[in-house]
Design a protein around this ligand. Structure first.
Ligand code: ATP
Ligand code: MG
Length: 565
């Protein structure tokens, strides 16, 4: 899928207005600022598409900046995975790979500058006392007794904080703003804490660490960002973002907030995703049920399907939950056009065709993709013993069941009509062991010269030629549309779907699938779109993940005119 024509949105309106007003010398510079404390998820994809997309549309640049100011939770593997995922999505930060941790010295100098201006002070209150002093939305805060320390004393103490002369948590550096400010974030916010923690990039060079609010805006400014796009929950931080930059007298980017993406039946919080990984509710960050980029990739989503999804969702100012069906719709439409068709029997039931010559093998012609004639045809071997889906046979069929049952004729896709003449059971268990059928040689290719047409067509795989494989079927990770909605006293994990994964170890695949490579994608006729697993697949034992079923609930919703709920 090629670049889509950009849709209008309020962020673009702001940028257009800035360009008209001649702001920033006509430059557009955005950034994507992940904290390397987890893998990226579909919500991040939205931010990536927005930031890199705007830069591309306005002939600007988008920086990748690791917002790595928090030493405790960050890791090199997260940095690696984040870069891999952004590249895979199709975006390029070129040489502009930045780290907030490279700005520690500059951020420190900015802080000294505020101290010198009498706008920051060293405070000895403990964390609890700071909270107590803060007040509430209805009650003004109380000033810290250390608030009016002379500038020189503050400067000396701040330098000694950095030099490691004080124990962890014993002092903070705070901005001197207004303890009665209606916005609680403006009540003398903390800029630095003392924390002897090892930083994955800076080692033990620092024992004071900047807060998010202090680091973020100044990092934006250092990079000459023009439009700092973030999610709605940062709207209340904007006055503080501006206050720092105005009082430092440095370049002031425009912070713009948009609604974060929420996806139905999924959680998009790194803290929660980490908990799922750490406590082994899933196999890892890239478990195909995870809403992470790496999980979606392993599941069989393509970069273009994710970009299209982000485009369909659009950029809004109001939070909402986007239906998972839209994401599935995007990949389904794409795979419908590009995925070769194949036959695979997930839960095999043996069928013996009694009147078919023993030892005979016919190569039957099958269409590779009815949506794309250029993809041609392939030959599929047919023989006396085949597998069909267990679900496609019922010994005592109810009224509306038209597939195989005793005495009933069905069409085998691309092959022949067969009629069930006998059901063979396991004498010990009473379970159906195999089905005996006869075939009509006049129906080769799936058409009858006398014009009769069975009500059902089923897929099949020749038993002698079948490739054994494993197939993994997925359902949503959570049963509730909003997994955060829980019974009193229960945990969000109580909404995990116990049936989110079904592993079928004895599936029978069409012979050519033996050559499928990790990442290859197919439509298994009647069953959905499947992708060869990137991790656990091997040549003698392919493992397929079902990316998505064939049923498009989103198309049905939109057809009914109930768009976007
Ligand atoms: P999480 O809630 O998953 O921990 P975060 O905001 O803490 O997310 P960051 O690494 O700080 O994670 O996010 C990097 C960028 O991605 C930020 O600009 C953030 O606003 C954006 N982002 C994160 N989650 C979403 C989301 N669900 N929808 C849109 N943008 C998001
Ligand atoms: Mg964040």
């Amino acid at each position: 899928m090629n670049a889509l024509k950009p849709k209008g949105n309020f962020v673009r309106d702001i940028i257009d207005e800035d360009l008209r007003a001649g702001k920033n010398q006509g430059r557009v510079q955005t950034r994507f600022p992940p904290e390397p404390n987890g893998y990226l998820h579909i919500g991040h994809a939205k931010s990536i598409c927005l930031n890199f997309g705007l830069a591309a549309d306005y002939n600007g640049n988008c920086n990748l900046r690791f917002d790595d100011t928090n030493p405790e939770t960050e890791e090199v593997d997260y940095v690696r995975s984040i870069k891999e995922d952004i590249r895979w999505l199709g975006f390029d930060w070129e040489e502009r790979e930045f780290y907030a941790s490279d700005y520690f010295e500059k951020l420190y100098a900015f802080a000294e500058d505020l101290v010198r201006k009498g706008l920051a002070y060293v405070c000895d209150l403990s964390a609890e006392e700071v909270t107590e002093h803060r007040g509430t939305l209805t009650k003004p805060g109380k000033e810290s007794p250390y608030r009016n320390r002379p500038i020189e004393e503050n400067l000396g103490l701040f330098r000694r904080m950095r030099a490691g002369e004080f124990p962890d948590g014993s002092k903070t550096l705070r901005a001197k703003i207004d303890m009665a400010h209606p916005n609680l974030l403006m009540r003398d916010p903390i800029l630095y804490r003392i924390r002897r923690a090892h930083h994955y990039r800076r080692g033990d060079a620092w024992c004071i660490y900047a807060t998010y609010d202090w680091a973020h805006g100044q990092s934006d400014s250092i990079e000459g960002i023009t439009h700092s796009i973030c999610t709605l929950e940062f709207e209340v931080h904007r006055p503080l973002y501006d206050w720092f930059l105005v009082n430092l007298g440095i370049h002031r980017p425009q912070q713009i907030e948009f609604a974060r993406l929420n996806l139905s039946h999924a959680v998009l919080s790194k803290r929660k995703l980490l908990e799922l990984v750490r406590d082994k509710y899933v196999s890892g960050w890239d478990d195909p049920r995870m809403p992470t980029i790496s999980g979606l990739r392993r599941r069989g989503f393509t970069p273009s399907s994710i970009r299209r999804f982000c485009d369909e969702v659009g950029v809004a100012k109001a939070n909402s939950i986007v239906d998972m069906a839209l994401l599935e719709h995007c990949i389904r439409e794409e795979l419908n056009k590009i995925a070769p068709r194949a036959m695979a029997v997930l839960r095999p039931l043996k069928v013996v065709i009694l009147n078919y010559p023993e030892g005979q093998v016919e190569d039957l012609e099958c269409v590779n993709n009815p949506e794309d004639a250029a993809m041609g045809t392939r030959k599929v071997p047919f023989s006396r013993e085949i597998y069909i889906e267990r679900d496609d046979f019922l010994e005592n069929p109810p009224k509306k069941f038209f597939r195989l049952s005793p005495g009933r004729e069905v069409r085998l896709r691309y092959a022949y009509f067969i009629t069930c003449v006998e059901v063979k059971k396991d004498s010990a268990t009473g379970e159906i062991a195999e089905i005996h059928c006869t075939y009509d040689p006049a129906t080769r290719g799936g058409d009858s010269p006398d014009g009769r047409s069975p009500k059902a067509t089923v897929h099949w795989v020749s038993a002698a030629h079948a490739v054994p494989g494993e197939v993994r079927l997925y359902d949503t990770l959570f049963t509730k549309r909003d997994p955060g909605e829980v019974e009193e006293g229960a945990d969000w994990k109580s909404n995990l779907n116990p049936k989110s994964l079904e592993v079928l170890r004895d599936s029978k695949l069409e012979p050519f699938l033996k050559k499928a490579e990790p990442g290859d994608q197919f439509q298994f006729e009647r069953l959905g779109y499947f992708s060869v697993d990137l991790k656990n697949s091997s040549a003698d034992r392919p493992v397929f993940n079902r990316t998505v079923t064939l049923r498009d609930t989103w198309a049905r919703i939109t057809k009914a005119g109930k768009e976007n709920e």
